[in-house]
Design a protein around this ligand. Structure first.
Ligand code: NDP
Length: 248
C-alpha cells in the first residue's frame, strides 16, 4: 500500500532543531518533501544534507517568523520548488520563563512575537493557497502549558493557550475549504527549548527537570505522522501527550 505521506509537501517553521528537526527526518523517511524555515541556516543545511543522503527531498529557507514577509517567502519557496504546500507545521517557539514581578518585557515580547504572531503569519501565508486547492493541513504546536499554568510560566502559557484558541477558530473557519487543522500539545520533550530561558536559575532548573523526565523528540514526530496519515475525511484536531513520568 502507498504511504499516505508520500510526496506531501510539508513546511516546518523552527526546522533547525528539536521537534521541527525530528519531524523533518521522520516525515522525509515516509516520502514527504520537506521545506525547513528557521534562522540558523547551517543547522538546516546539515539536516537537509542528511535527509538527501537517505534519499529524501528537502530544502531550507532562512526565516525569522517574526517577519511576516519572510514567512510568506518561505511558503512561496515551497510552492516554487514543489508546486504546492500540503501541510504547515507552525512550530517555531521559545520559552524564556520568569516570574512576572521581574518585568522581563523583552522576553514577553519575543514569546508573543514568535509563539503567537509567528503562528498567525504562517496561517496567513498558506491559507490563500490551501483555499484555492481546497486541500491542506495546518498543524500548530501548543503545549501542556497551553492547558495549564504555573508560577513563572504565565506568559509562555498565555502564548500556548492563544495557539489553541487560534487553532479552534481556524478549524471552524476553514471547514468550507476542506482544510484540516491539528493542535499538538506536548509535555517535556528533549530539545533545546530549556536553553531559551534567559534567567540563569530558571534555565538550570528547567534543564534539570528535562534531564530527569523528557522523552525523545521522535515522540512528537510520531504524533505528527499519525495526524498527517489519516484519510482526507478524518480531521485530528487535538493531541495532548506527556512523558509517562510527567506529573504536571
Ligand atoms: P528548540 O529550541 O529545539 O526549537 C525551537 C525552534 O524554533 C528552533 O528551530 C528555532 O530555530 C526556532 N525559532 C526560534 N525563534 C525563531 C524565529 N524568530 N524565527 C524562526 N524560527 C525560530 O525547541 P523545541 O523543538 O522544543 O520547540 C518547538 C516548539 O515546541 C515550540 O513552539 C515549543 O514551545 C513547543 N513545545 C516544546 C516542548 C518541549 O518540551 N520541547 C513542550 C511543549 C511545546 P532558530 O533558532 O534557528 O531560528
Amino acid at each position: 500500500m502507498n504511504d499516505p505521506i508520500k510526496n506531501k509537501v510539508l513546511v516546518i517553521t523552527g526546522g533547525s532543531s528539536g521537534l521541527g528537526e525530528a519531524s523533518a527526518r521522520l516525515l522525509a523517511r515516509h516520502g514527504a518533501r520537506i521545506v525547513l524555515g528557521a534562522r540558523r541556516m547551517e543547522r538546516m543545511q546539515a539536516i537537509i544534507e542528511s535527509i538527501q543522503a537517505e534519499g529524501g527531498e528537502a530544502i531550507a529557507v532562512q526565516t525569522d517568523v517574526t517577519h511576516e514577509e519572510q514567512v510568506r517567502r518561505l511558503v512561496q519557496a515551497a510552492i516554487d520548488q514543489y508546486g504546492q504546500v500540503d501541510a504547515l507545521l507552525n512550530n517555531a517557539g521559545l520559552m524564556p520563563q520568569s516570574l512576572l514581578e521581574l518585568g522581563r518585557s523583552e522576553d514577553w515580547n519575543r514569546m508573543i512575537d514568535v509563539n503567537i504572531k509567528g503562528v498567525l503569519y504562517g496561517i496567513a501565508a498558506v491559507l490563500p493557497h490551501m483555499r484555492e486547492r481546497k486541500s491542506g493541513h495546518i498543524i500548530n504546536v501548543s503545549s501542556v502549558a497551553g492547558h495549564k499554568v504555573r508560577a513563572g510560566g504565565a506568559v509562555y502559557s498565555a502564548t500556548k493557550h492563544a495557539v489553541r484558541v487560534i487553532s479552534e477558530g481556524l478549524r471552524q473557519e476553514v471547514k468550507p475549504y476542506n482544510i484540516r487543522t491539528t493542535v499538538i500539545s506536548p509535555g517535556a520533550v528533549d530539545t533545546e527549548l530549556p536553553a531559551s530561558a534567559t534567567v540563569g536559575e530558571v534555565r538550570d532548573a528547567l534543564q534539570k527537570y528535562y534531564d530527569e523526565i523528557a522523552i525523545p523528540a521522535d515522540s512528537f514526530a510520531r504524533t505528527l505522522l499519525f495526524a498527517m496519515s489519516q484519510p482526507e475525511d478524518v480531521d485530528i484536531n487535538e493531541i495532548l501527550f506527556r512523558p509517562t513520568r510527567q506529573e504536571y
